[in-house]
Design a protein. Structure first.
Length: 66
């Protein structure tokens, strides 16, 4: 699944994001609202990840989506 599809289905994908990254709050998920860069920033913030590590994590996770 590409990110455009994920963004378009954000309400459905939101639960999967919460499953994967439990430290993200409902407010974070509302703020992200399907925007990849926002997800990247919040992962860096909540998990203390470097940008490249957060980017790799997102890419790996995207490949698991139907």
């Amino acid at each position: 699944m590409n990110w455009d599809t994920a963004a378009g289905n954000w309400k459905e994908i939101r639960g999967k994001v919460k499953e994967k990254w439990g430290k993200l709050t409902d407010d974070d998920l509302t703020f992200i609202d399907g925007k990849r860069e926002q997800l990247l920033g919040r992962l860096q913030q909540r998990y203390g990840l470097a940008k490249d590590k957060a980017e790799r994590d997102i890419k790996t996770w995207e490949q698991t989506l139907p």
